[in-house]
Design a protein around this ligand. Structure first.
Ligand SMILES: C[S@@+](CC[C@H](N)C(=O)[O-])C[C@H]1O[C@@H](n2cnc3c(N)ncnc32)[C@H](O)[C@@H]1O
Length: 206
């Protein structure tokens, strides 16, 4: 399964320019706004799950965060991201792994995921993600998860997705994760379509 998935994503990143994929954003503003409102210290540990070639990690460095990690199943995606960052790439930790198989070696103060959790359409995959989330955070950590909203697309990158409202996502994460705020984004794709996302920020309380 991991093999098929990594192949899918490696092919995507090897064949499409990073700024042409449907999820491309030049500035991940809503993510940055929510991370800003988390009120983290600049030495806080921040991880972007399935960060791909997103500009988020570079923006976080620019905002002064010093402990930034990007995890992605696609080594090709991370090569693209590193190339785009130049020397700054050396200030970021890069992890190639499948989030449903990953065993974190440390705990993060802020866990960010835009458009990754929604690919997990089987309960067993969601359970595996939640196990990684629990192992990679602690009580007091904050979590920002963006998925397609209930009126968003049913597929992304040719793969089926599970759509969420902030409330259904909160229910899926369970009562140890308190919903602090949510927002909606009408994401304009490079192809000119609009995709409805929900963004939710949670506090892990247990
Ligand atoms: C739709 S893209 C979003 C990329 C990035 N978060 C953004 O907002 O630009 C989904 C990303 O998740 C990664 N991905 C998909 N399944 C994954 C998994 N099981 N574990 C880790 N990364 C995964 C893909 O390689 C891809 O980079």
């Amino acid at each position: 399964m991991t093999e098929d998935r990594s192949q899918h994503w490696n092919t995507v990143y090897a064949t499409k320019p990073a700024d042409s994929v449907s999820w491309y954003q030049s500035v991940p503003q809503l993510s940055l706004d929510m991370i800003g409102r988390a009120g983290l210290a600049q030495e806080a540990a921040v991880i972007d799950i399935g960060g791909g070639a997103s500009a988020l990690a570079g923006c976080l460095l620019q905002a002064g965060y010093r402990d930034v990690t990007v995890l992605d199943i696609s080594a090709t995606a991370l090569q693209v991201a590193r190339a785009g960052l130049g020397e700054d790439a050396g200030r970021i930790r890069w992890i190639v792994d499948d989030i449903t198989a990953w065993r974190p070696e440390r705990r993060y103060d802020l866990w960010h995921d835009r458009a990754v959790f929604h690919f997990l359409t089987a309960q067993s995959e969601r359970d595996a993600y939640l196990a990684a989330l629990r192992a990679g955070t602690r009580a007091g950590s904050q979590i920002v998860i963006a998925t397609f909203a209930p009126d968003g697309p049913e597929r992304c990158s040719g793969l089926p997705v599970q759509r969420y409202s902030p409330q259904s996502l909160a229910q899926t994460l369970g009562e140890d994760f308190a919903l602090l705020e949510s927002g909606r984004e009408d994401h304009r794709t490079p192809g000119g379509n609009t995709q409805h996302f929900q963004f939710s920020r949670f506090l892990r309380r247990g």
